[in-house]
Design a binder for this molecule. Structure first.
Ligand code: AMP
Ligand code: ZN
Length: 504
């Protein structure tokens, strides 16, 4: 590979030179959405990061096999506990959907029976894919091959659990039916998160629920299979009827799907990502299960975690009322104006993944300005080259600067800075400039036709002028308001009416 890339590895706490096992192939797994609600912009910060990473690796010549799971069972409401306590999020969702349908706050004919969590999961999976496509995530085009559903991999999870029991890493509870991972059987436990067993014994981070204490050999032992014949999503298993723990899902799906895509059995993958809250217990447990079952000393060589998104400096939470889904933002519920999906994507990607991102109306406005500028450059150069296109010069100085910045632990602000400084300069060869801009947009993903706003404003302007000509001013005003509500700036001059989309 020509370019040396350096990324921060959560596992080693160091910036390391990226060295995939079998270059140019890169096997990457991203913890994906739990499909119990519409995804929020914090979730999408993690997903857009994974997409930018993939696109950048592809830009410098790697062949990325990306897998992102869909969790549709077993993710509990108290997932900060090593054991995952509370209620299955899918079961909680089914109750919420039922109530929302009754209240009329959720109208969909995709769920005719809210008691059926499979219908609820399917509805929110479709909603996720729709959001993901709008925000330009490449993985959405690889659904379902690269986006496994947990409920489709129960057999693989059970095989992993059986292997862990055979190797002495897991045991069935004395009462039977429930299987735990034995953390004491895995001396490396705690290496990723720092929550080593001595610290956990002291109560740090690894609190467990009393209800699970019974039958455990160590308080931090975590659930692999939960005996529960009353759960709405349940399967037969060698240990009785029940459902899998959340952590085992990702061990099973990552190894199974990436092995399939690699065309060989893999026990170590190149990159694993997630949000910072996934480090413990989820990823710590994934490492123990995966290495415990395969015998490999390494499950993922590089662990990358995105820091949380904050809203106006505060943690996003439903109770504070600053909790936004992607839909809320795009439809204008966050800022009072509809937002172009490309602008939201840009806003989510433009701050460094290892810093908290602060989501603000001002930030969105700045992103709108940046995307508008990039579109202006594109349009100008497209007009100048008049349909002619050239291959990008791989030595192009802006491209080299952009690549150098992102090679440094994905310093996106450095890359964007290089792009805008260059774009504002002189461009004697617009065909080459356009090619370079398009190459960078292969990573940024904001210029694609899919993310351009759909526009029926011209027709409405024509109707507005016709209403004015007919002296039907009430109708003209109504059309003007319709355009303004859709986020257009409307101007009427002697030459007629024009409407320009405000980007945020
Ligand atoms: P979930 O749907 O809850 O399983 O979460 C999906 C992904 O979003 C996980 O990788 C989480 O770590 C990540 N995530 C959740 N909340 C935030 C947030 N506020 N900012 C950034 N990432 C988040
Ligand atoms: Zn996961």
């Amino acid at each position: 590979m020509p370019t040396e890339l350096n990324f921060y590895n959560t596992l080693t706490h160091r910036v390391e030179t990226f060295a995939p096992i079998e270059p140019p192939r890169v096997l990457m797994y991203n913890c994906g959405p739990t499909v119990y609600d519409f995804a929020h912009i914090g979730n999408f910060r993690a997903f857009v990061f994974a997409d930018v990473l993939r696109r950048f690796l592809e830009m410098v010549g790697y062949d990325v096999k990306q897998v992102m799971n869909i969790t549709d069972v077993g993710h509990m409401t108290d997932d900060q506990l090593a054991d995952g306590g509370g209620e299955d999020k899918m079961v909680a969702a089914a109750k919420r959907v039922k109530e929302a349908k009754k209240q009329g706050t959720l109208t969909t004919d995709q769920i005719d029976n809210p008691d059926d969590p499979y219908q609820v999961a399917k509805f929110y999976t479709n909603a996720f894919l729709e959001d993901a496509r709008k925000l330009g995530l490449k993985i959405a085009d690889e659904y379902p091959e690269h986006m496994p559903r947990a409920t489709g991999f129960i057999a693989q999870m059970q095989r992993l659990i059986s292997r862990l029991i055979d190797k002495g890493h897991a045991y069935e509870s004395p009462a039977g039916g429930t299987v735990y991972f034995s953390v004491e059987s895995f001396p490396e436990y705690g290496r990723l998160s720092g929550n080593t067993l001595d610290k956990l014994r002291g109560g740090a981070g690894g609190r467990v629920l009393d209800e699970h204490q019974a039958g455990k050999r160590h308080p931090a032992d975590f659930l692999l299979w939960k005996a529960d014949s009353s759960h709405v999503m349940k399967w037969e298993s060698p240990w009785g009827v029940g459902y899998p723990g959340w952590h085992i899902e990702c061990s099973a799906m990552s190894l199974a799907v990436l092995s399939k895509l690699a065309g060989q059995e893999v026990t170590t993958i190149d990159i694993h990502t997630g949000g910072e809250d996934n480090i413990f217990p989820h990823h710590e447990c994934e490492i123990a299960q995966s290495c415990g079952s395969t015998g490999s000393s390494s499950f993922a060589r590089l662990w990358m975690h995105t820091r949380f998104l904050l809203v106006e400096g505060q943690k996003m939470s439903k109770s504070k009322g600053n909790f936004y889904t992607v839909r809320d933002v795009l439809e204008g519920k966050a800022t009072g104006r509809p937002v172009d999906p490309a602008v939201l994507r840009y806003e989510l990607l433009r701050s460094h993944y290892r810093s908290n991102m602060n989501f603000t109306a001002k930030g969105l406005e700045d992103s709108a300005g940046a995307v508008a500028k990039l579109r202006d450059y594109t349009q100008r150069w497209e007009q100048e080259v008049n349909g002619q296109s050239v291959e990008v010069d791989p030595q192009h100085p802006m491209l080299a600067d952009f690549t150098r910045a992102l090679s440094d632990d994905l310093s996106i602000s450095g890359g964007i800075g290089a792009l805008f400084t260059w774009a504002a300069g002189k461009h004697p060869d617009p065909a080459q400039s356009l090619a370079a801009l398009r190459a960078v947009d292969g990573v940024l993903g904001v210029l694609g036709s899919a993310s351009a706003p759909t526009d029926d404003s011209a027709e409405l302007c024509r109707q507005l002028d016709a209403a004015r000509a007919a002296k039907d001013f009430a109708k003209a005003d109504a059309i003007r308001r319709q355009l303004q509500d859709a986020g257009y700036e409307v101007m009427t001059t002697k030459a007629g009416t024009t409407a320009k989309k405000k980007l945020a």
